[in-house]
Design a binder for this molecule. Structure first.
Ligand SMILES: *Cc1c(COP(=O)(O)O)cnc(C)c1O
Length: 403
């Protein structure tokens, strides 16, 4: 009986490899359902999930209130068009505005699309000031902003860009936490500086407070727009709804996605009133699906649940505990070089490919993911408890002990 089910899983995998474009080296598992912080494959094997669909499923799987809100919305209306108003989008925008302290919201379908919108808004802002079309954007080395052409253009990993050149152009790269390198790239054409408040894919590097303050000040002095990409580090993951909120600064434009809809594909770029009034106008930008009633019912319910369940506060507590446990591994194991990250967005830097440990963990029922080749990344559902962290470290210890 068991063998028959196992065959079926392999058959599905074979079918996937016959039909899907092979842009991912996938783990050899077909995931079927989730419950809280656990996932089950189609053979019924249970996995503790420390990836949450890459920082997406913050509230865990099968949250009753969230699921019911979506079902209710499906029975009312799934889609209209942005040529009409819809209640879930109005509710979601109002709540997002209040929680973020930003003034204007544009809903998108993904993170990359939010980055595209942010770039367009910044270029339009500069264009309205001087009528020129040669504006430059400063981005960071090791950054990740998505796979579409605009987002890729500001992604600081040449390997991701090379085959797809030419990029959108007029992008300069500086180093995160090196203010002089940013300053050296500023000139009269600079319209925006874009960075992740905590770099995710690039290796879990948090922007330092002093660096952010200086960049903010430079932007104010030169009327350059500061764009913070909060797609991975936002939505409570660092213990603040948005990571920049810890630093007493505010970006001019910010992007959010991933956990924003907790599984329903949705993102947004937000801006201050000043940028809102002086950038994208009717006809300048649009999307068919972005901000549709189903996606926005998700956003609206997610923001309610964050408030009700005190997610950022919970993350500060559990994040500190996770940090402590991971630091212990740095002292305990030769092969673990360092820990980096904030809150429930952490990485262990290893002396060899992280994939080896991740594969072992998978066999033992723990889902982890890498960031770059040598970093094990931890981006669990935000409802994780200390007990779950202990369960994870128990399995990971076994994997690391095997050398
Ligand atoms: C994931 C991610 C993106 C891209 O989001 P998609 O929804 O995959 O397009 C952009 N920026 C950051 C920081 C991300 O982590």
């Amino acid at each position: 009986m068991e063998e028959k089910v196992a065959m079926r899983m392999q058959e599905y995998i074979d079918e996937a490899e016959n039909a899907l474009l092979h842009t991912y080296n996938r783990y050899q598992v077909v995931l079927e359902k989730g419950e809280g912080v656990y996932l089950y494959d189609m053979e019924g094997k249970r996995y503790l999930d420390f990836v949450s669909g890459i920082a997406v499923f913050a509230l865990g799987y099968g949250n009753r209130e969230y699921n019911d809100a979506l079902k209710e919305q499906i029975d009312k209306i799934i889609h209209t068009s942005n040529y009409y108003y819809n209640i879930p989008a109005i509710e979601a925008a109002k709540k997002l505005k209040k929680a973020s302290g930003m003034d204007r919201v544009f809903f998108t379908n993904s993170g990359a699309e939010a980055v595209e919108g942010a770039i367009k808004a910044a270029r339009k802002y500069a264009y309205l000031k001087d009528g020129k079309t040669d504006h430059e954007i400063i981005a960071m080395n090791h950054s990740f902003h998505g796979r579409t052409m605009g987002a890729l253009s500001v992604t600081g990993n040449p390997h991701y860009r090379e085959a797809f050149e030419p990029m959108i152009g007029n992008i300069r790269f500086a180093d995160l936490n090196d203010f002089d390198s940013v300053k050296a790239n500023v000139n009269d054409r600079t319209c925006a500086i874009i960075l992740e408040t905590v770099q995710g894919e690039g290796g879990l590097y948090p922007a330092e407070e002093d660096f952010l303050q200086k960049v903010r000040k430079l932007c104010d002095e030169r009327d350059i727009l500061l764009i913070l990409d909060e797609i991975q580090c936002g939505m409570g993951r660092t213990g603040y709804l948005y990571a920049w909120q810890k630093f007493g600064i505010r970006p001019d434009i910010m992007t959010t996605a991933k956990a924003l809809g907790c599984g329903v594909p949705v993102g947004a770029f937000l801006m201050t009133e000043k940028v809102g009034r002086n950038s994208l106008k009717a006809g300048d930008h649009g999307t068919t699906y972005g901000g549709n009633p189903l996606a926005c019912a998700a956003v609206s319910k997610v923001l309610d649940l964050y408030e009700k369940e005190h997610i950022p506060e919970h993350v500060r507590e559990t994040g500190a505990y996770l940090e402590e446990r991971l630091d212990a591994f740095v002292s305990e194991f030769e092969v673990v070089e360092a820990r980096r990250g904030v809150g429930l967005m952490q990485g262990l830097v290893c002396q060899k490919p992280a994939g080896e440990f991740i594969n072992r963990a998978m066999e033992k029922g723990l889902i982890l993911i890498n960031a770059g080749s040598n970093i094990i990344r931890f981006v669990p559902p935000l409802i994780i408890t200390k007990e779950h962290i202990d369960e994870m470290t128990g399995i990971l210890r076994e994997c690391l002990s095997e050398g």
